[in-house]
Ligand binder design. Structure first.
Ligand code: PMP
Length: 411
């Protein structure tokens, strides 16, 4: 992205012109949640001003307006990830709920002894649902290991591993929220598909950051959250192949998801509706379309390239400073740079940076087992998006330099 285009995009985000502690905000916490452009903020209030009603069951004008907008959003999401049909798009509250849905629903069809493969870099939301399911149903959990601090997955004998351990589901992240590693989704899915192993891709960190094409990736399920891609909080997506969604039992029960019911029996609607019990976050689901339209107009390829360039620039600058221990790959990476500082607790570092307007995140990043394996209990993460600039990184480096001096950490 050209500097002039970034400056123009920044104007779409009112929050980016805030001062924090008298310094211009440098928002480097995008992996936790992204900021929202004015068009999304406006679309939310426009919905409440002119189209607010519950969907699907009303016969009045406002209800049909809200229903049409909701279904138009579903169609946009389907095109955004190149699903074959909009019936493959289930609205959820976010990635976490999407994964819980698959673990609970598909999980109920698994047999004791079946194997589930995850990786060592999974976010807690793609670990704990499976861990608990495994306990309840006597399933066996396996983890694809990472190779050291760079964090690339070791998968040379994946095919034999899947066969030997009777793996039925392989669930893994597209992009690691801590390491910034981008996993070879297409290769994983191709190997799994050949053996009839189902795949779930956690796209929380890749949706809105790089192009996603579920047919090209070859996955069976894909989960993501609206709030990390310029959309509202409280809305997420589960993509599932239609044949699978048809076979899977509902996840929650209640209104809107039944065709027919009496006191003792019920029949479900077709997917996606059988997975959408109760009232959805309607406004948020509708405004996810606004966010997607906004991102598509910038271009996902361009966003991916910008993420990578700014992260590599930051990685190289940060790693050259004294006392810094960087994590993740040295070359190709998503827009995430995580590191620790020898002799300084991440919370002290982050508090120092916050004093100068820089928003970072520290802790285990919901990746506790991964950090334990790396022998760290807490790390600092700077994560970028298309509205971040090289000069913000330069200013950040200056602040780190001052911080190291302040704490007398000079190598
Ligand atoms: N997976 C990954 C890789 C993530 O980074 C996150 C969010 N930090 C999640 C899952 C969970 O997303 P949410 O909290 O929006 O459900």
């Amino acid at each position: 992205l050209k500097v002039e285009s970034i400056e123009a995009y920044r104007k779409d985000f009112p929050i980016l012109s805030l001062k924090i502690n008298d310094y211009p905000l440098i928002y480097f916490d995008n992996a936790a949640t992204s900021q929202k452009p004015f068009c999304v903020i406006e679309a939310l209030s426009n919905f409440f001003l002119s189209a607010n009603a519950n969907v699907h069951r009303g016969l009045h004008e406002l209800s049909s307006r809200a229903t049409e907008l909701l279904e138009a959003s579903r169609a946009t999401i389907a095109r955004f990830i190149n699903a074959r049909s909009q019936d493959e798009i289930v609205f959820t509250r976010g990635t976490t709920e999407s994964i819980n849905l698959v673990a609970a629903s598909l999980g109920s069809l698994l047999k004791p002894g079946d194997g589930i493969l995850l990786t060592e870099m999974e976010h807690h939301s793609n670990l704990i649902p499976w861990q608990q399911l495994a306990k309840q149903r006597g399933l066996r959990l396996f983890f694809l290991p990472i190779d050291g601090r760079e964090g690339n997955l070791q998968w040379t004998s994946l095919e034999e591993f899947l066969i030997k351990n009777r793996i039925v589901i392989f669930s893994f992240t597209h992009v690691s929220n801590t390491l910034g590693v981008i996993n070879p989704v297409e290769s994983f899915c191709a190997i799994a598909r050949k053996l009839g192993v189902l795949t779930l891709v956690d796209a929380a960190q890749s949706a809105g950051h790089r192009p996603l094409d579920v047919q090209k990736l070859g996955c069976d399920f894909l989960a993501f959250s609206g709030h990390k891609m310029c959309g509202p909080t409280g809305i997420g997506v589960l993509y599932g192949r239609k044949e699978l969604l048809e076979k899977m039992p509902p996840f929650q029960y209640g209104g809107n998801m039944v065709l027919d019911t009496d006191f003792f029996e019920s029949r479900w609607k077709e997917p996606p509706h059988k997975f959408e019990a109760g009232t959805l976050p309607i406004a948020e689901a509708i405004c996810l379309k606004t966010a997607i339209d906004y991102l598509c107009q910038i271009g996902l390829e361009k966003i991916a390239l910008h993420d990578e360039q700014i992260a590599c620039y930051a990685y190289n600058q940060i790693s050259s400073l004294p006392c810094i221990i960087p994590l993740g790959p040295t070359k190709k990476r998503a827009g995430i740079v995580t590191f620790s500082v020898k002799g300084l607790h991440p919370h002290d570092f982050i508090t120092y940076c916050d004093r100068y307007g820089v928003a970072l995140r520290g802790g285990h990043h919901c990746n506790k087992p991964l950090l334990s394996k790396l022998g760290i209990d807490s790390a600092i993460r700077a994560s970028f998006y298309f509205y971040n600039t090289k000069s913000e990184v330069d200013r950040f480096i200056e602040i780190i330099d001052n911080c190291l001096r302040f704490f007398k950490l000079t190598g």
